[in-house]
Design a protein around this ligand. Structure first.
Ligand SMILES: [Zn+2]
Ligand SMILES: [Zn+2]
Ligand SMILES: [Zn+2]
Length: 133
């Protein structure tokens, strides 16, 4: 095996007591992180520790937690909202039960599948407005 290097640019350690798996790589596989950076990544504080001075920080729409957008290390810990803005993974999880229909951007597929009622009832008043009189 070749020499391993911690993939955290601001760390770059070549030795570690334990190598950890980080974010998913575009090429497949996972980033290589030393024990220190790896455990920061696991605790979702990687960006708080290493990217504080970088740009791209935004706040979760629901809880105000600061999240590092456009960063591969935070990619899986935030979700882009349909209406703009972002949400942290905790809030996304908490909102799950009621969000199924709200989050459905592919309404026409829902309609095809027969659960498009909310979409239809939203469209109906419009018909009346346009007037049959
Ligand atoms: Zn490291
Ligand atoms: Zn980051
Ligand atoms: Zn949140």
């Amino acid at each position: 095996m070749g020499t391993r290097t911690c993939m955290n640019a601001s760390c770059g350690a070549t030795s570690a007591t334990e190598w950890k798996r980080g974010w998913e790589l575009r090429s497949g596989g996972f980033a290589n992180l030393c024990d220190k950076c790896g455990s920061a990544y696991e605790k979702l504080i990687f960006c708080d520790m290493f990217h504080l001075n970088e740009s791209g920080w935004r706040e979760c729409n629901s809880c105000g937690k600061r999240l590092h957008c456009g960063c591969i290390a935070s990619k899986s810990s935030l979700e882009l909202l349909d209406s703009g803005g972002i949400e942290c993974l905790n809030c996304v999880k908490n909102a799950k039960p009621s969000s199924g229909m709200l989050r459905c951007g592919l309404w026409f597929i829902c309609a095809l599948l027969g659960h498009g009622l909310p979409h239809q009832s939203r469209a109906r008043p419009r018909l009346h407005e346009s007037g049959w009189v």
